[in-house]
Design a binder for this molecule. Sequence first.
Ligand code: ATP
Length: 263
Amino acid sequence: MTFLETQGLTAHYGDFQALFGVDIRLEPGETVAIIGANGAGKTSLMRSLTGVLQNAPGQILHKQEKIGHLPPDTVMKRGIAMVPEGRRLFPSLTVEENLIIGGQHKGGADLGDRIGSWLARLTGSSGPMDVAACRDGSGYWTLDTVYALFPVLHERRHTPGTALSGGQQQMVAIGRALMSNPEILLCDEISLGLAPVVIRDIYAALPLIKDSGASLIVVEQDISQALRVADRVYCMMEGRITLSGRPSEISREDIHTAYFGAA
Ligand code: ATP
């Protein structure tokens, strides 16, 4: 059964159309890369998959059920989590607090309520924090397994988000998404603005995340990085899929044309 798929997906910002009939699919256990230049529509596709950008009914299927009309919170409860472009950490909270916020989503309560009560506890310090649930949760990802994946986060667990390097912030953003124990992890440009050695460390974590049972969609502008990590690749240009296939099946010339357009 296909895990996640789009069928003729369209998306708009007001009158501006960003996606034109996009068809992609993600099978269980796969890593799929979405590549494309600035403005190709990659983020709009991710926003659509996570319910941030609403779409026409029936264009997004998760386990064969229509989810395109669902709000982000409900999509997340179905096990689809996103590492957003730009990381979006809570800057005044520490590494550990940012991670715990990701873990607060495991239960049935509304994410907004849970974050609200968590923040209230942080500022008003009334009642115990739910740290235990984030250590001994039912899924694979807990504070301990995230720290095992990124040991530097354990060293810096009491450091506020703003005091971290770009690479460490990216690790927190990935860890925070993992804390909800997603079946599907969407990563939007996780290498953006990072030094090559840091990108290497971040990308080294992806096979381990895959081994934990998650399927991945990785949005990348860096073609080489995407080809190294992906089982299948989709290339986008101007809101359309211009090429798809396994890295071993598509030539550099085809990718160049699909990415930049014909000369
Ligand atoms: P980037 O790598 O720069 O993030 P992208 O491939 O992710 O690019 P999108 O961010 O999805 O592309 O943008 C696709 C198109 O939609 C672009 O033309 C962009 O200008 C437009 N767009 C994106 N966000 C908005 C918005 N909030 N309002 C209006 N237009 C938008």
